[in-house]
Design a protein around this ligand. Structure first.
Ligand SMILES: [Zn+2]
Length: 168
């Protein structure tokens, strides 16, 4: 990555530096922007996404959060319902997809801001789950089913398995 400082020092007077799509910057470039605030005594304001379509922090966004004076959230609503959007869902050919590289500029893909429910649901419908919590949710649902069958066992007092259980 070329140093940002070298590229913009020809500008004589700068009052403020605005950076869009800051998630695509390298962490070292974020550090250069941090240095600019001291060297030039100007504010630097960055806009960008926090996480990629797999819900992982972009390296640039991570560094930005580590060294920024202030972080302000720009609230967005889910593309599919009216809840607050916290994730970015990727669609490839109209289908939810969480595969492929985190940064793929110029690709024929669409990204939608989504809430957790719609993000998880869309990927589940597409037969995908790369998420750690998918297994947790599945286990929890299984446990719930187990609890329901326990209740029916308790109702029938003559169950062999429940007798065995009581002896232990
Ligand atoms: Zn939603």
């Amino acid at each position: 990555m070329k140093p940002l400082l070298n590229r913009i020092t020809y500008i004589r007077q700068v009052n403020c530096v605005l950076v869009d799509e800051a998630q695509f910057l390298d962490p070292s470039q974020i550090d250069q922007l941090r240095a600019i605030t001291l060297l030039w005594n100007v504010p630097v304001i960055c806009y960008g996404l926090r996480t990629d379509f797999r819900t992982n922090l972009f390296p640039g966004s991570k560094r930005l959060m580590e060294v920024a004076d202030a972080i302000e959230e720009v609230k967005t609503t889910c593309q599919f319902c009216n809840k607050k959007a916290v994730f970015n869902l990727k669609h490839v050919n109209g289908r939810a997809d969480c595969t492929g590289p985190a940064v793929q500029l110029g690709a024929e893909e669409k990204y939608f801001p989504t809430c957790f429910t719609c993000y998880r649901g869309s990927l589940k419908d597409a037969g995908q789950s790369v998420l750690n919590w998918e297994e947790m949710i599945h286990l929890s649902e299984k446990e719930k089913e187990g609890e329901d069958s326990d209740v029916s066992l308790d109702d029938s007092t003559e169950g062999e398995s429940s007798t065995e259980f009581d002896r232990k």
